[in-house]
Design a protein around this ligand. Structure first.
Ligand SMILES: Cc1cc2nc3c(=O)[nH]c(=O)nc-3n(C[C@H](O)[C@H](O)[C@H](O)COP(=O)(O)OP(=O)(O)OC[C@H]3O[C@@H](n4cnc5c(N)ncnc54)[C@H](O)[C@@H]3O)c2cc1C
Length: 273
């Protein structure tokens, strides 16, 4: 428990424009959305930042809509907003499935899609969904807006292409043709961090992405090409092993993760046949 006067500084902009100006002119500032990751970092001392920008009140970043044919989800959409959204249920059911398995209701009510992406944990449950869906991340600064393919957003373990003066403002997802699949494997059914998380789309050219098997979320293009070309499942499973690089850590072992990734590929292929 802290007993001294807090050294933390908090800025609370009223508009997105103000927020972006503060990031540009008064930075460095760490954005705070639902704070479900940030509070853990503060309490465990792993987050050393002292200056924060509270973006929770910026309602412009909250909506879920179809815009120019794309499903557009505001960065501040919570996992509960996603679960309840008829649009997401219809267009991207695998994201609803992922959101339902994040933490428990309290975390789903506060945790946001933008926070899950920016936090960059390779175990983030929405990440394989967005990779398999060919989503775009919309980044805004005071001076520009740019859209980055989700598969190019991470540069390494918890490293992204986002600049310190940018915010994630929205995620855009093109229409996904085919049957969607999501499966998370953790220690137990609820409140657990993934040992392996898998999202897939069964179509003429299948799309496959996995989390917790490498420093960043992984798309598996050679496995996809093998399945698209009619290769037997066993050879696709062999190829998948060359596209992942799991490690031993406190949650699991590399060998177990390899086995589960293989089994999930088989489950995806039989469930969506
Ligand atoms: C008990 C518990 C259980 C959890 N279970 C799961 C789980 O099962 N699966 C899972 O994937 N995660 C889980 N999490 C992690 C967390 O809840 C999610 O990652 C959540 O989506 C984070 O969103 P947030 O809004 O709370 O992010 P915050 O904590 O507010 O921020 C996280 C990071 O993202 C940055 N950030 C936030 N929003 C933006 C933005 N719009 N633009 C730029 N940067 C931004 C922040 O600066 C910070 O670095 C759990 C956390 C807890 C405490």
């Amino acid at each position: 428990m802290r007993t001294a006067i807090s050294p933390l500084e908090l800025r609370r902009p009223r508009t997105l424009r103000d927020a972006l100006r503060m990031l540009r002119d008064d930075g460095p500032l760490t954005p705070m959305a639902g704070c479900t990751d940030i509070y853990v970092g503060l309490n465990f001392g792993s987050l050393r930042d002292l200056r924060f920008l509270d973006i929770w009140g910026l309602d412009d970043l909250r909506g879920i809509a179809i815009a120019a044919g794309m499903l557009r989800i505001g960065a501040l959409a919570t996992h509960t907003d996603i679960i309840r959204s008829p649009l997401v249920r219809r267009r991207l059911p695998m994201l609803v499935a992922a959101a339902r398995e994040i933490g428990a209701v309290q975390i789903q009510n506060r945790g946001t899609l933008g926070g899950n992406i920016a936090n960059g944990s390779p175990a983030g449950d929405t990440l394989p969904v967005l990779a398999a869906a060919d989503a775009l991340v919309e980044l805004r600064s005071a001076d520009w807006t740019r859209k980055v393919p989700f598969t190019a957003f991470y540069e390494g373990y918890r490293k992204t292409v986002m600049r310190p003066d940018e915010l994630i403002t929205a995620i855009e997802v093109p229409r996904v043709e085919g049957t969607q699949y999501f499966r998370k494997v953790g220690t137990r059914a609820a409140q657990s961090i993934s040992k392996v998380v898998f999202a897939g789309v069964r179509a003429d050219h299948p799309r496959i992405a996995l989390g917790s098997v490498a420093p960043t979320v992984v798309r598996a293009p050679r496995t996809e090409a093998a399945l698209a070309g009619g290769a037997p499942l066993a050879s696709a499973q062999d190829i998948l092993q060359t596209e992942i690089a799991p490690i031993d850590d406190i949650r699991s072992t590399a060998a177990y993760r390899r086995r589960v990734a293989s089994n999930l590929l088989a489950d995806f292929w039989s469930t969506t046949a």
